[in-house]
Each structure stands twice: as structure tokens, then as C-alpha cells.
Design a protein around this ligand. Structure first.
Ligand code: MG
Length: 256
């Protein structure tokens, strides 16, 4: 008897793609591996700070981590200029030093390609600073997939706040009942849900170096492989199309 193949993640069946015309996507941890950001803030910045002030790496971490924690979730947590001023370090230059760690998550390119084929509106919606976005788009070449790139710094309010979503709706005129939003931050997911975005999806594995962690109260996906809808695209068809259109496999693109 033929064995039934279960979907990897039954949550993906909860997404009704036929009712969705707009896709809103976070950047760090959602489309891109959060390993870059975790390494940068938790290891590389303390190292640069230690060198500047003649401290050990651990002494620098003890000094910096409480400062970081105090600013988490506020807009200036994401602001390069703020940290440049506060730490007296060239943050943009330091990011370039470890830019080889900027990587696209698995199945993101396939997902974005199919979203475009199906004429969805696609927006990058991030708390990242414009200088960080510029560096990451330069490394990943993702910019052409988006109808627009929205930084919360443009609105002067982070995604964690309701005001951000009002400003976003005014700017891009999306119908929240026909929109889907992906993010890896619990406070941002809650904020999007509170605003009324009809489908809000949590990324349960934002970093390739951290174990999968379910986020309660939301549809969870580990990778974008889990959101290919049966109604949307058959993965076997996609694999054949990929061979013709794009001889570079995503895992190879990631390391270029
Ligand atoms: Mg994120």
C-alpha cells in the first residue's frame, strides 16, 4: 500500500494563499541568517571595544551586554549612528569586516520567485538601519524581488509599535485582511497581530547556529520550504523549473 507523505509542517496548511495579495517580510532572522547579527553584536563588537579600551573580550562583554539589553526593542537599538556615537566605533565599517557571514536562509529564493510568479506584492519591512539594508542587499542581491523596501527608521518608529503599522498602511496601501507577515521577533509578531494582519507567521529557526524554538500563539515555520502551498506550487515542478532557469543552487549562491 502506498504510504501517505505528511507535510513537514502542518501549519503551512493554515495559510490560504488564494486570499493573500501582499507579502510583508522581515529581513534579519527571517530572510537572512541571524547568525551574522548575533555574531556581530555578541562577539565582534565586544572584540573591537576590548581592543579600543585595552580590555579582555569577556570584560568588554560584561560592560556592553547590559547596555545592549537596556536598548532592545527601541528604534535606536537598530540605529548604527546611535551605536557609533555611544561606543565611538565605526559600526558600518565593522559590519563590512564580517560581511561574509551574511547569508540567505534556505528556500528563500524559491519562495520569492514563486511569490513573483503568482503576482503577489512583496515588501521588505525591517527595523534595520538603511546602511545595514544597503550592505545586506549588496551581498545578497535580493532587492529586485521587492516592490519596495521599508525601514522603520523612515517612520521614526519601530515595528513593535502600532504607529508603525498605521504609517506602513498609509504608505503602501495594503489590505491587512489580504496580507501575510513573516518575522522572528515575538514582540513584532504580537504587534502585527494586534494591528490586524490576517496571517502572521513566526520563524522558529532564525539562526542556522541556534536550535529551533517554537513561538507560541503563531503559525511557525522553520524554513520557507514549509510555506509552499499544495495549491500554490508543487515542489517537484519547482525543482525542474529551477534546473532550467537557475543552474546555481541556493546553497551555492549563499557562499558567493
Ligand atoms: Mg528579525
Amino acid at each position: 500500500m502506498a504510504q501517505k507523505i505528511k507535510p513537514k509542517n502542518s501549519d503551512s496548511e493554515s495559510i490560504n494563499w488564494s486570499n493573500i495579495d501582499t507579502i510583508l517580510l522581515d529581513m534579519d532572522g527571517t530572510l537572512l541568517d541571524l547568525n551574522f547579527d548575533l555574531h556581530f553584536w555578541m562577539e565582534y563588537i565586544p572584540l573591537a571595544f576590548a581592543n579600543k579600551h585595552n580590555l579582555t573580550h569577556d570584560e568588554a562583554k560584561d560592560k556592553l551586554f547590559p547596555i545592549f539589553r537596556a536598548e532592545e526593542g527601541k528604534l535606536h537599538w537598530y540605529c548604527l549612528d546611535y551605536w557609533q556615537e555611544k561606543l565611538q566605533l565605526d559600526i558600518a565599517k565593522l559590519k563590512e569586516d564580517v560581511a561574509h557571514l551574511i547569508q540567505i536562509h534556505p528556500f528563500v529564493l524559491e519562495f520569492l520567485t514563486q511569490a513573483k510568479v503568482h503576482k503577489k506584492r512583496i515588501y521588505l519591512v525591517t527595523n534595520a538601519h538603511r546602511k545595514t539594508i544597503q550592505l545586506k542587499m549588496q551581498i545578497t542581491n535580493l532587492a529586485s524581488y521587492f516592490d519596495d523596501i521599508i525601514s522603520s527608521h523612515d517612520y521614526n518608529v519601530a515595528k513593535e509599535k502600532q504607529e508603525f503599522w498605521h504609517k506602513l498602511e498609509n504608505a503602501i496601501q495594503f489590505d491587512k485582511t489580504k496580507s501575510i507577515f513573516f518575522d522572528d521577533s515575538l514582540s513584532v509578531l504580537k504587534s502585527a497581530k494586534q494591528y490586524g494582519i490576517s496571517t502572521v507567521v513566526a520563524i522558529s529557526k532564525p539562526s542556522s547556529k541556534v536550535e529551533t524554538k517554537q513561538i507560541e500563539g503563531f503559525i511557525n515555520i522553520e524554513t520557507f520550504e514549509n510555506v509552499f502551498s499544495i495549491n500554490w506550487i508543487k515542489k517537484s515542478d519547482l525543482a525542474d523549473k529551477e534546473k532550467v532557469d537557475n543552474p546555481l543552487k541556493p546553497d551555492i549562491i549563499n557562499v558567493i
